[in-house]
Design a protein around this ligand. Structure first.
Ligand SMILES: Nc1nc2c(ncn2[C@@H]2O[C@H](COP(=O)(O)OP(=O)(O)OP(=O)(O)O)[C@@H](O)[C@H]2O)c(=O)[nH]1
Ligand SMILES: [Mg+2]
Length: 250
């Protein structure tokens, strides 16, 4: 895939036009017309709204049933904290930015936190076409959220870009006593769909950084690769990093 193609986005003409949510959300940034799709100027760094320079920008969507932990995962990644206490369901869609250093490139991820509630479905689905990566979440303590992944993969096939990066995440891995979905079931489903898989925990931080870093690496690789550069294998990267990290969370 050429850099130009990866960044253009086939659905740019269908970009969402207006802010769909009434609540400003935790970031205070209700999604206004989204910035242009994946702007890449490695030789001319841009500056993000937080004042940080970046070379490449990508849009990552968190998708999954209500309560699987999308907002908590994002807050853990962005702020390094866990949102304990009462569950406040996301209204519409919200986003937060994070600039990551991937090798020598500054990659900005604009991470869209979608509402899992059915009533916001049409709002959140309007953003699929602009997404460069979809992180599909289920909750290992909720079988229904796992079963719905099949539906979400079908929706992705009809609504997202063909070359969208997809990863499957089984969240709440810390909840060992209430777990109902085995890790092997997640692995099997991911294999069936040919996507990388990992279990995460917004509570403990397990694999949270890895999930976003892996997506950022894959997107950066696709957009900047030189012909002679060896192929970056997302699944291999995830497996290798998880093996390295497993000692820390044992
Ligand atoms: N044990 C545990 N609880 C979690 C974890 N992540 C989230 N939760 C809890 O799960 C509940 C739902 O989390 P949210 O992040 O708000 O869920 P969501 O997917 O954003 O839900 P919607 O906004 O309705 O789509 C909250 O009570 C969190 O405290 C986790 O990794 N482990
Ligand atoms: Mg939420």
């Amino acid at each position: 895939m050429s850099r130009k193609k990866a960044l253009k986005g086939k659905g740019s003409s269908k970009s969402p036009k207006a802010s769909p949510c009434k609540d400003s959300g935790k970031s205070g940034k209700c999604l206004a017309p989204a910035p242009s799709n994946g702007v890449v100027h490695p030789s001319r760094p841009s500056i993000s709204s937080s004042g940080e320079f970046y070379d490449i920008a990508f849009k990552v969507m968190l998708v999954g049933d209500s309560g699987v932990g999308k907002t908590c995962l994002l807050v853990r990644f962005k702020d390094g904290a866990f949102l304990a206490g009462s569950f406040i369901s996301t209204v519409g869609i919200d986003f937060r930015n994070k600039v990551m250093n991937i090798d020598t490139i500054k990659v900005k991820l604009q991470i869209w936190d979608t509402a899992g509630q059915e009533r916001f479905r049409s709002v959140t689905h309007a953003y699929y076409r602009d997404a460069h990566a979809l992180l599909l979440l289920y909750d290992v303590t909720n079988k229904g959220s796992f079963d719905h992944i099949r539906i979400q993969v079908c929706e992705k096939q009809s609504e997202a870009q063909d070359d969208v990066v997809v990863m499957l995440l089984g969240n709440k891995a810390d909840a060992t006593h209430t777990r109902v979905v085995k890790k092997e079931e997640g692995e099997k489903l991911a294999k069936e769909f040919g996507v990388p898989f990992m279990e995460t925990s917004a509570r403990s931080g397990l694999n949270v950084e890895l999930a976003f870093t892996a997506a950022a690496r894959e997107l950066k690789h696709r957009s900047t690769k030189e012909p002679e550069e060896s192929k970056f294998q997302l699944q291999d990267y995830v497996d290798r990093e998880m093996r390295t990290a497993s000692c820390c969370y044992a």
